[in-house]
Design a protein. Structure first.
Length: 408
């Protein structure tokens, strides 16, 4: 049986010692019998120089939606089968292949063992469990329906992740084509055009304006390519910093994204689908409409929609319906959405109506993705072909001019 080193407080004094026990839970129970208040994070198995779970839990990133969905689904089954929560967390942590997530789950288990509620334990790890997840779990604990809430959470996360996958999958083809196009044009301008330029020097003829322009661009790129790449990188970092650290920057960029040609419509439909699905899940989970709107606003992923939702929340808190304030933002919430929400409020089936709207806009996202690809493909082909064509014509114009002069 393993030996644990422990620390705790008794009569206001810090005490230390060792206890032989099968697991950490038994150590905590034994200390409480001894009227010692344990310090869970200071209870470790003797011989372990490092607590790997803490190390991995402290590391940033690494917990994806897929990991969260699998964990939520499995935990729901275990809780429904009657397994104690601590035992369920211990099993899931031990079999999790993601070391970062396994560390977080062990930390959550330790917090629950020490008397913290499951929701409060999850709230200590916002990188893995967002405010929506924590609040739904809290509602499930309070109402005694944690397994049902976890099942709904898993379904919700799967639907949201499905939209992300469709959009990311659709963007792979344009990204590859654009990357190849930029690479091809860069190679031509930096390595091929200078070869023609050296050849034209020996001709001793006046070059056409188009040829001179292409040669000038080529010379500029060749001499400054490192500085150009650094400038692009710094610009990207600056935009990222402004977006993440300033509210005004986020607002400007989010507004631009919603109005961006071709992509703006897709982004708006994605935001609407997420808004309706999130709000429906929260209401079904027993969260009050005001809390649900606040959580949904923070989870919307767009400052413009967040402001509109928070404005609607303020109106609802003053006794108005949800549909009325949303109708003031027709650019974000189309009339069909507002009308269906109004019907849902009147019939007392708002969550059901929101789910129907979410289903509709998730299908619309698929249509928008297909339309975007159909529109982008000819644009990309024409852009690449046109650019290469102009370069080729510019390089051959002096030759045509020389041949014409020789034939005269």
């Amino acid at each position: 049986m393993p030996v644990f080193v422990w620390e705790g407080r008794a009569n206001g004094r810090l005490q230390k010692g060792e206890i032989e026990a099968p697991n950490k839970s038994a150590v905590i129970a034994r200390l409480r019998q001894m009227r010692v208040t344990p310090v869970p994070e200071r209870i470790k198995e003797k011989g372990r120089l490092f607590d790997l779970s803490k190390i991995f839990a402290a590391m940033g990133g690494g917990v994806g939606t897929k990991d969260l969905v699998i964990f939520t689904r499995q935990l729901s089954v275990m809780v429904n089968a009657g397994l104690p929560l601590v035992r369920s967390l211990d099993i899931l942590a031990s079999q999790n292949q993601n070391l970062k997530f396994a560390g977080i789950l062990r930390s959550v288990k330790e917090s629950v063992e020490s008397g913290t509620t499951f929701a409060e334990a999850l709230a200590k790890h916002p990188s893995a469990f967002d405010i929506l997840y924590v609040n739904l779990v809290r509602a499930g604990e309070t109402g005694g329906v944690l397994d049902t809430i976890l099942q709904r959470l898993a379904t919700f996360l799967e639907k949201i992740e499905a939209i992300k996958r469709r959009i990311k999958g659709a963007m792979i083809y344009p990204a590859v084509v654009i990357t190849v196009a930029i690479t091809v044009i860069a190679v031509i301008m930096i390595f091929v055009v200078p070869t023609f330029a050296e050849m034209f020097k020996d001709m001793g003829t006046t070059l056409p304006g188009l040829t001179l322009m292409i040669m000038g661009i080529s010379t500029f790129l060749k001499n400054n390519i490192i500085y150009i790449l650094i400038a692009i990188f710094l610009t990207f970092m600056a935009i990222t910093y402004v977006y993440r650290n300033t509210y005004r920057g986020r607002k400007l960029i989010d507004a631009f994204k919603l109005r961006f040609p071709l992509m703006g419509d897709l982004i708006l439909k994605t935001v609407l689908a997420r808004f309706c699905r999130t709000l429906a899940t929260l209401i079904t989970g027993g969260i009050s409409i005001l809390d649900a709107l606040e959580i949904t606003a923070k989870a919307s992923g767009n400052v413009i929609t967040e402001e509109a939702i928070m404005g609607a929340r303020k109106a609802v808190s003053e006794g108005k319906t949800l549909a009325d304030p949303l109708a003031r933002h027709p650019r974000i919430f189309p009339p069909i959405v507002v009308q269906m929400i109004a019907v849902g409020e009147q019939t007392g089936a708002l969550d059901e109506m929101l789910n129907k709207i979410a289903d509709f806009y998730e299908d619309e996202v698929d249509v928008a993705v297909a339309s975007l690809l159909q529109a982008l493909e000819p644009i990309m082909i024409a852009g690449l072909g046109g650019t290469v064509g102009v370069i080729v014509i510019a390089m051959y114009l002096p030759m045509f001019k020389m041949i014409g002069a020789m034939s005269e």
